[in-house]
Design a protein. Structure first.
Length: 276
C-alpha cells in the first residue's frame, strides 16, 4: 500500500477549543497512515504473491543449444530447451484432460495415441497453467510441443547417422518398437534403450507431433527454423510400431491435418521460454 504524506495547512488558532479539535483530527489521521506500521507491512505482503521459480517436471531433460547436420545442411538451434524423457502416456493424458482417446488400452503406461495436434496442444496448455498456478513455472516459460528442429536435434543426440544408434537398421531392435518387433501394437514407454542424451522411444513406438506447419526442408543452412506461419498439415516424426525401421530415421517426417488423430501418432513435451 502506497502511503501518502499530507501536509496540514497552518491556521492561526484563536481558541483553545478549536486547537484541541485540530490536534485530535491530525493525530487520528497519522495513526491510520504512518509508514512502517505492522498493518502497512501486512498489506504489502498480501499484495505481493510469492515469485514463481522454474522447476521442470521430473522427466524433463535439459538440452543445450547446438548444431546438427540434416542430410548435408547444418541446422542450428541457438536456444537451450527441455524435452521429456518419454512420450506422454495414457495415464498422464487422462489425468490432465480427463479422457483417454487411445486405441491400444490395457496398460496406462503406453503412449497416448489417436490424439490430434489440437488435443496435444490443449494438453500442453493445461500443464502450463497447472505449473504456473503451483508457482513452478514463471510466466515467460511454457510447456509446448517441440519444434521439428528441436525434436530432431534431441533425437540425434550428437549423431550424424541415419539413426541415433548408427546407420545399420539391423541394430534397431534394442532401441525401437517398429513393424519388425512390435507385434502390431504400442508398448509401455521406456522399455527400449535410450539415446545418448537419455531420451526413450525417439525411434518407434508412436510417431510424435511437432509444432511446425509442414514445408519442404530448406536446401541451405538454417538457424532456429520454426516452419511457415500457417499451412494445411502439421509435422510428425520418429516412426512408429506400424512401419519399418527405415521410416524412423532421424530426418524422416510425415504430415497430417492438425484436427486428425490416428492410432500411431502421439507426442512428447518441450519446455522453453514463451518468446524466443
Amino acid at each position: 500500500m502506497k502511503v501518502r504524506n499530507f501536509n496540514l495547512p497552518f491556521f492561526s488558532i484563536w481558541t483553545g477549543a478549536f486547537l484541541g479539535l485540530t490536534l485530535l483530527v491530525s493525530q487520528s489521521g497519522c495513526g491510520r497512515n504512518a509508514p512502517g506500521t505492522s498493518g502497512d507491512s501486512a498489506n504489502q505482503t498480501a499484495a505481493s504473491p510469492p515469485q514463481a521459480h522454474l522447476i521442470p517436471l521430473t522427466n524433463m531433460v535439459a538440452i543445450k543449444a547446438g548444431t546438427f547436420l540434416r542430410i548435408k545442411y547444418p541446422v542450428t538451434v541457438t536456444r537451450d530447451f527441455w524435452i521429456s524423457k518419454f512420450e506422454v502416456t495414457q495415464a498422464e493424458f487422462a489425468a490432465v484432460l480427463g479422457r483417454n482417446p487411445s486405441h491400444f488400452t490395457g496398460d496406462s503406461n503406453r503412449p497416448v495415441e489417436k490424439v490430434s495436434f489440437i488435443d496435444a496442444s490443449h494438453y500442453c496448455s493445461a500443464v502450463t497453467q497447472r505449473e504456473r498456478e503451483a508457482r513452478r513455472l514463471p510466466q515467460d516459460y511454457e510447456y509446448r510441443l517441440p519444434y521439428e528442429a528441436e525434436w530432431e536435434y534431441a533425437c540425434r543426440a550428437g549423431s550424424t547417422n541415419f539413426f541415433s544408434f548408427g546407420d545399420d537398421a539391423g541394430m534397431a531392435d534394442p532401441f525401437a518398437w517398429t513393424a519388425e518387433n512390435s507385434d502390431a501394437m504400442t508398448h509401455p514407454v521406456g522399455l527400449k534403450r535410450p539415446n545418448t542424451w537419455g531420451l526413450y522411444d525417439m525411434h518407434g513406438n508412436v510417431w510424435e507431433w511437432c509444432l511446425d506447419w509442414f514445408e519442404p526442408y530448406s536446401p541451405a543452412a538454417v538457424t532456429n527454423p520454426i516452419g511457415p506461419a500457417s499451412g494445411k498439415f502439421k509435422v510428425f516424426k520418429g516412426g512408429g510400431w506400424n512401419q519399418e525401421i527405415d521410416y524412423a530415421r532421424s530426418a524422416n517426417r510425415f504430415m497430417m491435418s492438425p484436427s486428425n488423430g490416428i492410432y500411431f501418432v502421439g507426442f512428447r513435451l518441450a519446455l522453453a521460454p514463451t518468446k524466443p
